[in-house]
Design a protein around this ligand. Sequence first.
Ligand SMILES: NC(=O)c1ccc[n+]([C@@H]2O[C@H](COP(=O)([O-])OP(=O)(O)OC[C@H]3O[C@@H](n4cnc5c(N)ncnc54)[C@H](OP(=O)(O)O)[C@@H]3O)[C@@H](O)[C@H]2O)c1
Length: 423
Amino acid sequence: MKTKPLSVALLGFGTVGGSVARIVCERPELADRIRLTHIFNRDVARKRVDWVPSSVAWTEDIDALLESKPDVVVEVIGGIAPAGDWVRRALGQGTAVVTANKMLLAAHGPELLDLAVRHETQLRFEAAVAGGVPLIHGVREGLAGDRLLRVTGILNGTSNYVLSAMSGGEQSMETVMVEARRLGYAEADPSADVDGDDAGAKLVVLAGIAFRRHLQLADIPRHSIRPISAPDFRYADRLGCTIRQVALVEARGDGFHAFVGPALVPRGSNFGLNMDANNIVTVAGHYGGENSFSGAGAGGPATAVAVVSDLLSLTQRERDRNEEWLPASVVAPPARPYYLRFVVKDRQGILSLIAASLADKGINLDAVLQEPGYPKDTLPFVITVEPCEEDALVAAVQEIATADFHAEPPLALPMLLGEARRT
Ligand SMILES: NC(=O)c1ccc[n+]([C@@H]2O[C@H](COP(=O)([O-])OP(=O)(O)OC[C@H]3O[C@@H](n4cnc5c(N)ncnc54)[C@H](OP(=O)(O)O)[C@@H]3O)[C@@H](O)[C@H]2O)c1
């Protein structure tokens, strides 16, 4: 059954709002599910861009926008007022709301969720925690079968950028903060980030999703990362640790232990390895153990993906019943570097023979590695090659394998450097 696309009014055309519009306009395949009808912003004339279709109304009249009864309002203005009043009005008239506003949800989440239920509509907020990481869907739907015990996260990209840049034990926080501002990771006043309010608000939202409980932000102890200095990293290092701003909420008896602040974490753990402005959240469940979610916690395009995913999930139910997987073919991988391991009976000229076979197929050597101490009749060594086509590599290795100096067949492994860097 074909359903009409959802009419969507966008409130706020800033970092996130601009990216939401961009995705909706750039993906024509979404047109039968989502139709952008309005873009609302103060002094809207200065916001106009030519890539938004002329069918979209640019407006600064919120009353007329709400009276037009869009199916969904996307609130990406931020702050508690007036955005909160507009969200209330939308829900109160049965219009679904998608928001990225953690501060509003932390302060008024229960009231707004109740309003949505009473008016038989929906309030979605995937973008409010960990930007583009599909954490809310993951916890709410993917982990619904578990009894959750604890949620631990690095939820503030600015603090993580600062602490991970300081982790070498050389740089002061002041120096790193200057660079963070230059790269757009930190605002002129970074207090909400470094003192824990931002992560605290996200923790309130996460506790709501994981435990269906509303903690007051004011009740959650928040400790600033400001006192952390270079020697702390050097001492942490001696303990096998590094320092991150951690947000944690854990069910304990009838209540919850919750805090936000700098903490020692093992250097090799997924928290210790979480670098730059990335976010990571680990959810511990009674039955399923730990699951982690990580990725870009902020930025217009990543956050907008979460907003658009929420919009699509509002259109999903009907479609799920008719999910269709069209046939597709598997194609060759892109050019990539390879690791080639040989075990040979040593003799003169082996390297030059291998190099000639590779060169013949247009493959360039990158490095030759040989560990000392192996017997001459089973001598392993490794050649890495620059990015090349898989067909060419297979042909070269097959040719090399016919030589009589092998003690074992050659082994070729792709080097997934870009793909695996963040795991
Ligand atoms: N940026 C991120 O990476 C990120 C990540 C996750 C969640 N979020 C959340 O997403 C929301 C939006 O953030 P953002 O970074 O996109 O902010 P932003 O760039 O400041 O955009 C906000 C937009 O709303 C407009 N606006 C503000 N107050 C208004 C008012 N009273 N009436 C009409 N328009 C108003 C602003 O207009 P002006 O241009 O006139 O100021 C601006 O265009 C916030 O709740 C934020 O916490 C952001």
